[in-house]
Every structure is written in C-alpha cells, then in structure tokens.
Design a protein around this ligand. Structure first.
Ligand SMILES: NC(=O)c1ccc[n+]([C@@H]2O[C@H](COP(=O)([O-])OP(=O)(O)OC[C@H]3O[C@@H](n4cnc5c(N)ncnc54)[C@H](O)[C@@H]3O)[C@@H](O)[C@H]2O)c1
Length: 273
C-alpha cells in the first residue's frame, strides 16, 4: 500500500453539523490536510464564522450552504448548487444530531415522564437528518461514479444508555441504515460508492457537557459511570476521530462498506467487570 491511498488532498467533502463540537474539529482537520469542505447548517452566522475560521488555515477551501436537513426540497436545491458551483463531491459526513431536554429523562424521572413530541423531534434529526442528505447527495455520487459516506452512530445504538430513548432508537436505526445503503449502492451502482459509520464513545461537547461535567469541571455521577466503564479511563478528544474519518473517506478503505467502527477508548468491549 502506498501513502497515496490515504490522500484526501483537493477532495471535496460535505459535512452536516459542521459548526458543532465534532464537526468543527473534523472540518478543520480536513482543510489542514488539503481537502475542501462544504459546510451544511441552519445558522448563517455560525456557518460564516466557521468559514472565516477555516479560511485562516487555508483560504478558499470552505464553502457553506444554509439548509434544513429535514427539508428534502431545500436539500435538492443545495445538491444542484453543489453540482453547478463546486462540481464534485467526494464524500459526505453526517454529523448533525443530538438531544433536546424534553427527550432526555431527568435522573428522577421515569419513562412515563417522556415527552413524546420532543422524542419524535430527536428521532427526526438523528435519523432523517442523516437519511435525507444521504439519499439526496448520494445521487450526485452515483452520477459521478464515486463517493464515501460516513454516518455518525453512538454507543447508545447497541446497548442501553439510560435517559435518552429517542436518541438511542435513532442511532440504532443509523446502524442498519448504514448497512442498508451500503448494500444498495454497491450492488446497484458500483463498488466505488461506500457507506460506513463511526460510533464515537464519549467526547465532551456543547450538548453533553452539563450531563457529564459539573460547573467546576468535576464529573457528574453519569460522567463518573462512563469513565468507570471506559478502560482508557478518560473521555475522548474530538481530534481522536480524525484518523477513522480520514481512513473511511480515503481510498485506503476501498473494500470497506457497510461497517460501523467504534472509536470509544474500549467502552463497547468492556463488560464492566
Ligand atoms: N459528543 C459525543 O460524545 C458524541 C458521542 C456519540 C455520537 N455523537 C454524535 O456526533 C454528532 C456530533 O455531535 P457533537 O458532540 O459535535 O454535537 P454538537 O451539538 O456540538 O453538534 C451537533 C450539530 O448538529 C446540528 N443540528 C442539530 N439539530 C439540527 C437540525 N435540526 N438541523 C441541522 N443541524 C442540526 C447542530 O446545529 C450542531 O451544529 C451527533 O450526531 C452526535 O449525536 C456525539
């Protein structure tokens, strides 16, 4: 294997959730390694800020489009713009997702306190917020004949993580969607369009900071339990996802599709004993 198989230079990757903790870090990594990025998000202000930040690393490598990921018509317009304004899309990383308070049970609540409408919203963004961009943008990949799609699953997909039922259901569905799309695209549209997922362990970001850490930086009970069940004994750093993202986007993973990769400090392989 030569190093060229790992090259992502001058490739163009679209990212949803690119202004978030993990997406922000990954877009920076991609630009630093010579790729171009297309940031998809809802907030023009946050997108502009992120593009300006990325321009300080390498000018003109970041483009942004405002889009509601749950709106198919908007996604189709963005897809047309990508085709006409940028021309090629080598990959898509679906990072948008997360939780909302009503769909997260408080420690003293039970399943009978769950807000069903908020739970549906969480399922929508974590599942259809990946399904829709994947279906719409993979059509461009089918037309050009290549592309690598990376979905973001979670530790909550394979085993019970208390309090976040909607999130867990949606992320479990992401795993089977990843396998389903991988098989569909490879069998009907060729071996150069691949779909895989990364299941991150626990990385502190904006959406889970208050769940895992107290104001003074010490861990909450939940934070302590996670660390106790993570053989490496720590949370991940966002930069520790870069290697897997890079591998999956590049030709180094050319025979890999339909797989879900844990990047979790050992959490998913540990029995707790
Ligand atoms: N941080 C972790 O420990 C962790 C662990 C496992 C999985 N994940 C997953 O990784 C992804 C990124 O997580 P993060 O920690 O960077 O979270 P984050 O909250 O920092 O970023 C999530 C991004 O998704 C966007 N988003 C949310 N709802 C949206 C909607 N309706 N339309 C468009 N964009 C929307 C937000 O604006 C934000 O930019 C998520 O899918 C999350 O579930 C995170």
């Amino acid at each position: 294997m030569t190093n060229n198989q790992f090259s992502i230079e001058n490739k163009t990757y679209a990212l949803s959730g690119a202004t978030g903790a993990l997406g922000g870090s990954i877009s920076e990594y991609l630009v630093r390694n010579g790729a171009k990025v297309i940031l998809l998000g809802r907030s023009p202000e946050k997108l502009d800020k992120k593009v300006a930040e990325l321009d300080t690393i390498s000018d003109g490598r970041a483009h942004a489009y405002v889009v509601d990921l749950l709106n198919e018509a908007q996604l189709r317009k963005i897809s047309e713009k990508i085709a006409s304004e940028i021309g090629q899309i080598d990959g898509l990383i679906n990072l948008a997702g997360g939780n909302i308070p009503g769909a997260t049970l408080k420690p003293d609540q039970t399943i009978y306190d769950l807000e069903i409408d908020d739970t549906k919203k969480v399922v929508d963004i974590n599942l259809f917020g990946t399904v829709l961009p994947t279906i719409v943008l993979s059509e461009l990949m089918v037309e050009q004949g290549f592309g690598s799609i990376v979905n973001i699953s979670s530790m909550a997909a394979k085993q019970t993580i208390s309090r976040v039922l909607g999130y867990s259901m949606a992320k479990a569905a992401i795993d089977i969607f990843t396998k389903w799309m991988a098989n569909e695209l490879a069998s009907k549209h060729g071996d150069k369009i691949r779909v895989n997922a990364i299941a991150p362990g626990f990385f502190i970001g904006n959406q889970n900071r208050r769940l895992l850490t107290n104001e003074d930086g010490s861990y909450t009970d939940r934070g302590d339990k996670i660390i106790a069940n993570t053989p490496m004994g720590r949370f991940g750093d966002a930069s520790e996802l870069n290697g897997m993202v890079h591998y999956l986007l590049s030709d180094a993973s050319s025979f890999v599709t339909g797989s879900v990769f844990d990047v979790d400090g050992g959490f998913s392989s540990f029995s707790g004993v």
